[in-house]
Design a protein around this ligand. Structure first.
Ligand code: BV8
Length: 256
């Protein structure tokens, strides 16, 4: 389901940086895209920095998105994710997500490595998506990672797994390892890509924050798309100032 009017038509003017990025991408057959919260901002999902709603204003995600935070107050963390899930469920992919999905169909290899847990890349039609930090619409048990799905047998907050453990969202919290298979696939893609697109991430959270350096070391070009410079910008061959919803369609349209 894609937002009405979310056609991947170019929205951004062709700027000098965009033209440079097009030169780098034209002919590139192996493309990796890594995305952060900024990719979903124009779908109405707040980033970690400018979350408008009360929970995010009053709680530090790094305190809540941890095993200790869940142990301290499982009901609070469960409700925090339930509020986010309800908001994310209303969000739809925008023209930038659609542009990436259409581009994938034309490229030789095209992999999206996303830090986002909202599922919007897949919803837009992207087939090769690695959800590095999990998915807010999936659940598992806290002690043994047993998968769980709604409707839950128990009505408590949080509900219990059949094994007796508490249920939690199936996302990767700070201090938790990412799935080895995801990391292996990500590093393999980064080691063999012609271009890495870095879209909508502040470049602060590892291991994703290290992807630009990995790709660069393997000889790839790095193109960053963000309204603001980030710690990754000095690594990038081209920094394209702007939002994902307008820059990605404009870029993809030039590469046909
Ligand atoms: C791990 C899921 C092994 C849950 C998240 C010291 C040094 C290095 C590393 C560490 C360290 N100490 C601890 C670590 C490891 C830690 C880490 O990196 N900490 C940081 C803070 C230093 N990492 C981990 O724990 C990871 N696991 O490494 O395991 C280990 C373990 C322990 C110790 C060492 C190693 C697990 C990290 C995953 C955490 N889970 N999310 C949930 O979402 O609730 S993190 C969460 O926050 C996101 O997934 C994302 O990764 C991060 C937010 O970052 P962004 O996505 O970049 O979003 P942000 O809001 O910051 O920025 C938005 C950007 O968009 C901005 O730049 C803005 O300008 C731009 N933007 C705005 N509008 C637009 C736009 N861009 C485009 N278009 C627009 N319209």
């Amino acid at each position: 389901m894609v937002a009405a009017g979310a056609q991947a038509e170019p929205g951004a003017p062709v700027t000098n940086e965009l033209a440079q990025a097009v030169e780098m991408l034209r002919g590139a057959q192996r493309i990796v895209v890594t995305t952060g919260a900024g990719m979903s901002k124009e779908s109405g999902i707040p980033t970690f920095r400018d979350a408008p709603n009360a929970l995010w204003a009053n709680y530090d995600p790094q305190a809540l998105a941890t095993r200790d935070g869940f142990r301290r107050d499982p009901a609070l963390v469960w409700r925090w994710y339930a509020d986010r899930r309800a908001m994310i469920a209303q969000a739809q992919p925008h023209a930038g997500h659609v542009a990436l999905a259409q581009w994938e169909a034309r490229a030789h290899t095209f992999v999206v490595l996303t830090q986002n847990i909202d599922g919007l890349h897949a919803a837009a039609g992207s087939k090769h998506v690695i959800e590095l930090h999990g998915n807010i619409f999936r659940y598992k048990c806290f002690d043994r990672d047993h998968p769980a799905r709604e409707p839950f047998a128990s009505g408590e907050t949080p509900p219990h797994c059949a094994c007796g453990s508490l249920l939690r969202p199936d996302v990767v919290w700070f201090g938790e390892m990412l799935q080895p298979a995801h990391l292996d696939a990500a590093y393999h893609a980064l080691a063999h890509c012609d271009v890495l697109l870095v879209v909508g991430t502040s470049g602060l959270v590892y291991p994703a924050a290290g992807f630009a350096a990995e790709a660069k070391a393997a000889g790839a070009h790095v193109v960053e798309i963000n309204p603001e410079p980030t710690p990754l910008s000095e690594l990038a061959d081209v920094f394209v100032p702007g939002g994902a919803m307008s820059v990605l369609p404009a870029l993809a349209a030039q590469i046909r």
